[in-house]
Design a protein around this ligand. Sequence first.
Ligand code: TYD
Length: 220
Amino acid sequence: MSPLASGKFITFEGGEGVGKSTQARLLAERLRAAGHTVVETREPGGTERGEKIRNFLLAGRAKQYGSAGEAVLFSAARDDHVREVIRPALARGDWVLCDRFSDSTAAYQGAAGGVKPTFLRALNRVAVGETDPDLTLILDLPAEAGLKRASTRNDDNAADGEGAVDRFEGMDLRFHEALREGFLKIAAEAPQRCVVVDAQQAESAVAEDVWEVVTDRLEP
Ligand code: TYD
């Protein structure tokens, strides 16, 4: 992170259906109540150009390029997002809460997709540079439980006419188990940045754990 930046950058990570989006929203409310300006954003996406890449990727249209090609596209969207949204917000002193970031590429395209870590590290240097998160909350849930939650969410959304299973939700259980292991390995290798939160608990209990970690580590 740039020495001039005074904001805090928090990312939420984990497999399908772990409840990241809800927890990011609850944390944002709590930080705002404490008087902070909070930018809530997500990946892939977060900018108009990034959302176009998101649609292409999640519709499965980039599958033909293989996992490495998909990683390049996720990184292209990230590069735009970091330059247009994240760095300016941190420079203003805002708190940035991002639903997925580089660890998703390491887990989905790397651990579960088979792309080499050296390749992904090189992409990350280009797209993220020094703008690493101050804190990454990894929401952990057994793969089967997460997939079940994600499919319930899709059924609910289907009632609103937008419930399709996306490119990665549709992968088999082995993929999702490799994903979970990937996230846990990332957490074990970067304990100064990452904290694993048990996402099997009730939503309010997860939110309490998240708040405790944030107050401990970043003193909002
Ligand atoms: P999204 O609907 O945001 O999923 P979720 O609610 O689970 O966060 O879709 C994002 C999907 O893209 C999700 O399946 C994870 C995947 N993804 C990657 O494979 N690599 C990445 O670098 C990122 C950011 C996401």
